[in-house]
Design a protein around this ligand. Structure first.
Ligand code: ATP
Ligand code: MG
Ligand code: MG
Ligand code: MG
Length: 469
């Protein structure tokens, strides 16, 4: 059985042997790109190579990239604990061609790695292509002998990548693995697609065209390849499970959480352990890359993830801060591949401890208030926005934490009401401040305060060249 660490090296060595430069992961906070919340794909650090703005002494590269999808355009936070295949932090394995090889090499590279190096049963694989991409269909057929019914044509944006309304774009082909009919879910394009049976493992993007303002497209002079494969998903299938959380790395974190909380990893607290293990990775890696918890921007995303994890720890019944105790297990698992984790170990532990100690002062009382509110509500009714706002304002509950807590109970929050309450409070504060005769300073202060608001925060999105993968 291949461990996650072995899978990473197998991938990088394979593409190294095919003439690719092995490039280290870039940080989770993209350099020189304030429009991006976090690095969410392997291609981010190569953006300028695809557009030709920058050239390097290689035209093929491969990487294992740290990714966080917990804010901005890519957000899988709400999937964690609910699907077996989404994380807030994951590693994306990729191979890239900058005007070097194109489809007729990219498809065989991927297929041979999966079926020969990794030994995956070809009968369990199926692929999607963009509905007009006959070239890709032809290559798939010729190289793999996949039958027609396992080459699925998709007409949606899922299989067409673009950086924005203009610029490089092109079709994608995605590789799926069928875990078998004992698991719920349908093939790509079907109404039941959103299950864990057919799992997307690898996305190959063909940067083929340049799109212009008038909507026309021309072939790019330098056609390029950008691929991304989630290492945890491949690890799952290579380790004979459809569940990312049952793989060696995630399992060891779950066991650390169970041990530290003296609970059963597979007992009633199972979901809590999964969320904790996932959030431990994203929070630790974000801190290692210089993000600190705060009330705005990236720091607020970090704080939200931390507090969500802390609520789950609380639900396990532990009385003392838990998250910081798990850091050594993470460093042991991932410190060799990512030395920054080991270097930042004490900072990560201290930050988690401080945040958890502080949040625990209000967490109990906040949860009690939430319970009381729910008691007074008719079955299935949404939580009034003012209550959610009070939890936010007085007890430090980010809106999504309250939503996460309610989702377990099949309830939702009145978010319009929440936003109204938020606006009302801001208006009141503004009026009070204006009356104090310090208008000039007030502007600055409210700019900061506005940014910290959840409403604005959720609006932190971008149409930048982040790409689909
Ligand atoms: P999905 O449809 O499953 O959400 P995606 O289409 O959003 O995945 P891409 O943007 O194509 O994903 O990213 C490339 C690969 O990265 C995916 O094929 C998958 O293997 C992996 N991946 C994407 N999101 C996650 C995640 N949140 N957790 C773990 N792996 C992921
Ligand atoms: Mg997705
Ligand atoms: Mg997808
Ligand atoms: Mg995809």
């Amino acid at each position: 059985m291949k461990t996650l660490n072995e899978i990473r090296s197998t991938f990088l060595n394979y593409f190294d042997a095919q003439g690719h430069q092995v490039v280290p992961s870039s940080p989770l906070v993209p350099r020189n790109d304030p429009t991006l919340m976090f690095t969410a794909a392997g291609m981010v650090q190569f953006k300028n190579l695809f557009t030709g703005v920058e050239t390097r002494n290689y035209s093929r590269a491969t990487s294992a990239q740290k990714c966080v999808r917990a804010g901005g355009k890519h957000n899988d936070l709400d999937n964690v604990g609910y699907t077996a295949r989404h994380h807030t932090f994951f590693e994306m394995l990729g191979n890239f061609s900058f005007g070097d090889y194109f489809k007729s090499e990219a498809i065989p590279f991927a297929w041979d790695l999966l079926t020969k190096e990794f030994g995956i049963d070809p009968n369990r694989l199926l692929v999607t292509v963009y509905h007009t991409d006959e070239e890709a269909v032809k290559i798939w057929k010729a190289h793999t002998g996949l039958p027609d019914e396992r080459i699925i044509r998709i007409a949606t944006d899922d299989n067409f990548w673009s950086a924005g309304p203009t610029g490089p774009c092109g079709p994608c082909t995605e590789i799926f693995y069928d875990h078998g009919d004992h698991i719920w879910g349908g093939p790509p394009g079907s109404p039941e697609e959103d299950g864990d049976r057919f799992v997307e493992i690898w996305n190959l993007v063909f940067m083929q065209y340049e799109q212009f303002e008038d909507g026309t497209r021309e072939p790019l002079p330098n056609q390029s390849i950008d691929t991304g494969m989630g290492i945890e998903r491949v690890a799952a299938l290579l380790q004979g499970t459809n569940d990312n959380y049952a793989t060696d790395l995630m399992r060891s974190l779950i066991e650390a959480s169970a041990h530290a909380s003296s609970t059963d990893p597979d007992g009633p607290g199972k979901t809590h352990h999964r969320v904790i293990a996932d959030h431990l990775r994203s929070t630790s890696f974000l801190i290692a890359d210089g993000v600190m918890p705060s009330n705005e921007g990236r720091g607020y995303v970090l704080r939200r993830i931390m507090r969500r994890a802390m609520r789950h720890a609380h639900l396990l019944g532990v009385k003392d801060p838990l998250m910081h105790q798990l850091v050594p297990s993470l460093v042991q698992q991932m410190g060799a591949a990512y030395p920054e984790l080991g270097q930042a170990q004490s900072l990560i532990r201290e930050t988690l401890l401080l945040e958890e100690t502080r949040f625990r002062q209000t967490l109990d009382r906040g949860l009690k208030l939430l319970d009381d509110e729910l008691h007074g509500l008719p079955e299935g009714a949404t939580l009034p926005g003012e209550a959610a706002f009070k939890l936010y304002d007085t007890f430090g509950f980010p809106l999504d934490l309250t939503q996460d807590a309610l989702r377990e109970k099949g309830r939702a929050v009145d978010t319009d009401g929440f936003n109204t309450a938020m606006e009302a409070q801001k208006a009141k504060a503004r009026a009070a401040w204006a009356g104090s005769g310090e208008a000039a300073d007030a502007t600055v202060w409210f700019d900061v305060a506005d940014k910290s608001g959840v409403t604005e925060f959720l609006g932190y999105d971008t149409e930048s060249a982040e790409g689909q993968i």
